[in-house]
Design a protein around this ligand. Structure first.
Ligand code: NCD
Length: 310
């Protein structure tokens, strides 16, 4: 494994499988009443969040704590960043505090990559702009594997605002590494120009793709990143690209429905679909902690897991 996890493309097939297998082992601990391992005792993990986040920030914090690391939570609001401190000066401060790993979420694509040049510890990208979110892709793959078994040849459909989604890009990269076949479905205005070079298919017809999908992953319509009109009305968007009960009926019996959260209920996904037995949305959150434990554990070179879990 590389020292940093910045892009899903940093992971070879073997690396990705090692993370997922390690997460499987660690999931056993999450089922116990005492969920803590001493593995990262004395190590420091800094969570550096420049953008709003609920589940990702809490998930990294829970993951580091379950491995007994010391956790420092830094959010840009209320810090010297609001006084104009640069990312580099913030990084040097963290470095002086001896961070072994820095988990960063930032509104600018490429910020984690820059940070990696300035700190000695491992950098983990927790979402940079519209670029990547590799641990989300790992927790999604982990969730699919638990429900469906190995991902080779599985058909995964990712639907919605691909243009603004770091989740979509990381998922396409990781899922193709793992041998799955990905199809993106979106209005042409919500697809990046570069999509032709991504390892996936593209379709504009959700109803045609659903019957052959093993997984349908809905993306949030990211209004906060939209500076223009990308579709006529919300109603029109839902009608063509929203997942409602009638559309779900086109899926085969074992197919699952995913969403990284936060959801716009009633827009990209109907509430009754989000809360149905096919939906893995709550599982994804729980699996996020286990998967991030595996990432921190492997990046920080924890001791032999076999000996720890017995
Ligand atoms: C995603 C994100 O922040 O990129 N959410 C998450 O990490 N759970 C997706 C989104 O915001 O829509």
């Amino acid at each position: 494994m590389k020292r940093h996890l910045i892009s899903a493309a940093d992971l070879s097939r073997d690396d990705a499988l090692l993370i997922l297998d390690t997460a499987d082992e660690l999931a056993k601990i999450s089922e116990r009443s005492i969920k803590k391992l001493p593995t990262l005792r004395g190590r420091t993990v800094v969570n550096l969040f420049f953008e709003d986040s609920t589940r990702t920030r809490i998930s990294f914090e829970a993951a580091a704590k379950r491995l007994s690391a010391d956790v420092i939570n830094f959010s840009a609001k209320g810090s010297s960043v609001s006084k104009g401190e640069s990312l580099k000066d913030t990084a040097l401060t963290l470095e002086a505090m001896g961070a072994d790993a820095v988990v960063i979420r930032h509104g600018a694509s490429g910020a984690p990559h820059r940070l990696a040049n300035w700190v000695r510890g491992s950098v983990v990208n927790a979402g940079d702009g519209t670029h990547e979110h590799p641990t989300q892709a790992l927790l999604d793959a982990f969730t699919m594997r638990r429900r469906l078994g190995p991902l080779d040849g599985r058909k995964i459909t990712i639907v919605g605002d691909v243009l603004h989604s770091r989740v979509a890009r990381s998922n396409v990269l990781l899922l193709s590494t793992l041998g799955a076949e990905v199809t993106l479905v979106a209005p042409p205005t919500l697809l990046p120009v570069s999509v032709g070079s991504w390892p996936c298919e593209v379709s504009y017809d959700l109803d045609a793709v659903l019957p052959k999908s093993d997984v349908v992953m809905m993306l949030r319509v990211q209004r906060e990143r939209m500076n223009a009109a990308f579709f006529p009305t919300e109603r029109e968007y839902s009608r063509r690209y929203g997942l409602d009960r009638e559309r779900v009926a086109r899926l085969h019996d074992e197919a699952i429905v995913m969403h990284p959260g936060p959801m716009n209920r009633g827009m990209e996904i109907a509430a009754e679909v989000a809360d149905s037995p096919r939906s893995t949305i709550v599982e994804q959150v729980a699996n996020g902690v286990t998967t991030r434990m595996a990432v921190l554990y492997l990046l920080l070179g924890g001791a032999d897991l076999g000996g720890e879990i017995q």
